[in-house]
Design a protein. Structure first.
Length: 782
């Protein structure tokens, strides 16, 4: 039913006369629904009730704050005598019944039966969302017939469980029994789809009435806020759709009166547009019962009568039991039906898995996958593997299938399922004959391998109760709404849809796709293993040769170098030899060369130890490391009037001696390549950077990092050296200009990488160089 708001209605003369004796006001919602506000209409606060009862509301102290204009029917006195009065002074019997509920702020439980003003009444109470206690008094016949005994009703419900073969048959039996219990002319089980379009799923009707079975109704007939109320208030009765609403009154104050929330009230007035909607259907009275599934509105038991009809609260309670029973059985029946599907697809899945556990060419194995379609209830399937497409059953041609694979690969996510491909895929209408519905899985993240199951188009017709595209029409008055007046059969042909994929089919297909992915990955690993085995053998041989060379370089050369330096020193220091100047110069050059060779050997050993040394990782305070190095290099720093300015640095997980070597090499590098024309300044800056805000050169960022920048104002270098500067033995300057072996920065890079980070360099000639370290941020205990 289209959403709506009350139009203004004049109060009855008896109510209007009260305003002259007391400053009272009604809280009737008189806003007219507009096209823009229709869906947000506050139907829970209409400010009025249906006339087959009396309603009043108490605050926590038991004072009457609201009452209906017809309250004299129950109390024998008008609103001016009730409002602002304690219930204890108005009705002692009623006050005694309400007192426990008022004290606890809870429901009253069983209704109270009273005789007032010559009539029998059933009284109900509930607490609303604002903390008001809402009391409803409904007329009841003194000699009303008891509904079917609870035991007999339950017995019949159990019989329905035993005899109904499926959910639809169970709903049909419930519709028939509900009609027998209540006496309505028509009882329908109304089922919602995922968009809340409704279908008459089962129906029991009086002879001569037009059948509504299998008719569909658009979601606009029951707007979202109405569905919310159906979740809260599980039963709803309108005895006469042509009733005149009864206004709710309250005492006027300095501010506008607050509305009274009637979400849980039995007597809550209904929007005039909904009443007009029912009249257009030819309905005079209704009873509606909610059917819930896991907290959501699954459907309704909708009872219609062609003449005004009122049933007492016990009859309504019996009808509500039907709704509770059906709610409890919907999940059971759906699970049972799903299990039947699951049993079939599981058998196909096991056959497929046993076939997959064989080796050999995939093209030959694919031909043996005879259950590939059955595992998902599909009419066709296609597998893309290493650029080749393998198909089974009814599928689009290879070009169109490959185009579909490419489109799906470009979408986010590893899977995609739909029963209406043309809604998403631009070329979907062209292939709907074979692929109206698809179930897709990537076979590995980042790979093109994938599998698609297809379902052919199923042409179908939907029988609507009236044109669904004319559910709400504009009235002659400006921007008012009028409910549709035509419910004549409107048949819509639907194209481009397949049958829906069942959860069991989706789950089974996913399990097979995962198994197939593992098979592909296993085959890839076996091929890689064979290739790696050959490469490893070659690498081991090469590594052994390198190890021998490294040993010779770092051990066997140390002793000859030491002897060269010792003999050269003796020659220089023996005064009796009186060596000529040119010979002394030659000996000095021998000493310098030996020193450089010794330093090279030491650096090579350090470079080798970065990987080979025992890795004892511990929390390292970088502030302590910098402080120690500044003290150690005090003479060199003083010689260049250098300043080291450092931020507060973090504690990090590192191998301590490598952390020290890292910053010692960087500090030594700045001292070595300083600009002697100005004092050296070294700035060490630190910031935390978050995963995804920068690009790790070798792997995806999986966490936060510390970014530590080591910047100086030395001689700098050109940008083309930014990457090569970390290559071992790479030098920007000759040994005669600047001392060094070209290994120090290579050691820095390897240390940082061994700790899960990376190192970047940037230089500007004449301005200086900066080295930026990225180290993983981990929780370090103080």
């Amino acid at each position: 039913m289209p959403p709506q708001r009350h139009t203004a209605r004049p109060l009855p003369p008896s109510a209007r006369s009260l305003f002259s004796t007391m400053q009272m006001t009604d809280i009737v919602n008189r806003d007219v629904a507009s096209l823009s506000t229709c869906a947000s209409e506050p139907i829970h606060i209409p400010g009025a009730i249906q006339p087959h009862g009396v309603l009043f509301s108490l605050d926590a102290q038991g004072i009457v704050r609201y009452c209906s204009a017809n309250c004299a029917l129950f109390f024998g006195k008008g609103p001016e005598a009730l409002l602002q009065e304690p219930i204890a002074t108005l009705d002692h019997e009623l006050e005694a019944w309400l007192k426990p509920a008022l004290n606890d702020g809870a429901e009253t439980g069983r209704p109270l039966h009273l005789e007032r003003q010559g009539s029998h009444w059933a009284v109900f109470g509930c607490v609303n969302a604002d903390g008001h206690f809402v009391v409803e008094c409904e007329r009841a016949s003194a000699d009303f017939e008891e509904p079917e005994h609870l035991f007999d009703q339950t017995t019949r419900l159990v019989q329905h469980i035993e005899r109904a073969r499926n959910l639809q048959e169970l709903c049909q039996r419930i519709a028939e029994q509900t009609r027998a219990l209540t006496g309505y002319d028509r009882v329908m089980i109304y089922r919602f789809d995922e968009h809340y379009n409704g279908q008459v799923y089962a129906e029991s009707k009086a002879a001569g009435l037009e059948p509504f079975l299998d008719l569909h109704y658009p979601h606009t007939d029951i707007p979202p806020q109405a569905r919310e109320l159906y979740l809260r208030n599980l039963i709803r009765m309108i005895p006469d759709v042509r009733y005149e609403p009864v206004a709710l009154l309250t005492v006027a104050g300095s501010e506008a009166p607050q509305p009274l929330d009637l979400s849980d009230a039995r007597l809550r007035s209904v929007s005039p547009l909904h009443l007009q909607y029912l009249q257009n259907m030819g309905v005079a009275a209704t009873l509606t019962i909610s059917i819930l599934l896991e907290g959501k509105l699954w459907g309704l038991i909708a009872c219609h009568h062609l003449t005004p009809k009122h049933i007492n609260h016990l009859q309504r309670k019996a009808a509500l039991l039907q709704g509770h029973f059906l709610s409890s059985q919907v999940k059971v029946r759906e699970v049972a039906e799903e299990y039947a599907v699951h049993t079939v697809v599981e058998a196909h899945l096991q056959q497929l898995l046993s076939t997959l556990n064989t080796e050999g060419d995939f093209g030959l194995r694919f031909q043996k996958l005879t259950s590939l379609l059955g595992v998902a209830g599909a009419t066709g399937a296609a597998v893309l593997h290493q650029g080749s497409i393998y198909t089974s059953g009814s599928t689009p041609n290879n070009d169109r299938t490959r185009a579909l694979f490419n489109w799906l690969a470009a979408r986010p996510g590893l899977s995609f399922v739909t029963d209406h491909l043309p809604e998403f895929y631009p070329e979907g209408a062209r292939i709907a004959g074979e692929a109206a519905g698809i179930l897709y899985h990537k076979l590995g993240d980042g790979k093109k391998d994938a599998i698609i199951w297809f379902r052919q188009e199923q042409e179908r017709n939907i029988n609507w109760a009236g044109n669904p595209y004319d559910a709400v029409k504009r009235a002659t008055l400006a921007n008012q709404l009028s409910p549709r007046s035509s419910f004549a059969l409107y048949r819509e042909e639907v194209r481009g849809y397949s049958s829906s994929w069942r959860p069991s089919e989706v789950e089974s297909a996913g399990r097979f796709a995962f198994a197939l992915q593992n098979q592909f990955h296993l085959a890839y690993l076996r091929a890689e293993e064979a290739s790696q085995r050959v490469l490893n053998e070659q690498l081991m041989k090469a590594n052994q040769e390198l190890a021998n060379i490294n040993w010779i370089t770092t051990h066997d050369l140390k002793e000859p170098i030491r002897k060269i330096m010792v003999f050269a020193s003796r020659l220089v220091n023996q005064e009796e030899l009186a060596l000529p100047e040119n010979l002394l110069h030659a000996v000095d050059r021998i000493q310098q060369s030996a020193q450089r060779m010794g330093q090279l050997v030491e650096d090579l050993m350090a470079y080798r130890l970065v990987d080979s040394h025992e890795k004892k990782v511990e929390p390292v305070d970088l502030n302590d490391i910098i402080r120690e190095l500044v003290e150690e290099y005090d003479d060199e720093l003083s010689e260049q009037s250098a300043r080291v300015l450092a931020d507060q640095l973090p504690k990090v997980h590192m191998i301590r001696f490598q952390a020290r070597q890292l910053f010692a090499n960087l500090l030594g590098n700045s001292l070595k390549f300083s600009d002697r024309s100005r004092p050296l300044e070294i700035h060490i800056r630190c910031a935390q950077v978050f995963a995804g805000s920068f690009q790790h050169p070798t792997k995806k960022n999986t966490g936060d990092f510390y970014r530590i920048e080591f910047r100086d104002n030395g001689i700098g270098f050109t940008p083309d050296h930014n990457k090569r500067i970390f290559d071992i033995f790479y030098r920007l300057h000759t040994a005669s200009d600047y001392k060094g072996t070209g290994i120090g920065l290579a050691i820095c890079k390897r240390i940082v990488e061994n700790h899960g980070g990376f190192l970047e360099a940037n230089g500007v000639p004449g301005e200086g160089a900066s080295f930026t370290l990225y180290l993983p941020k981990e929780d370090v205990q103080a």
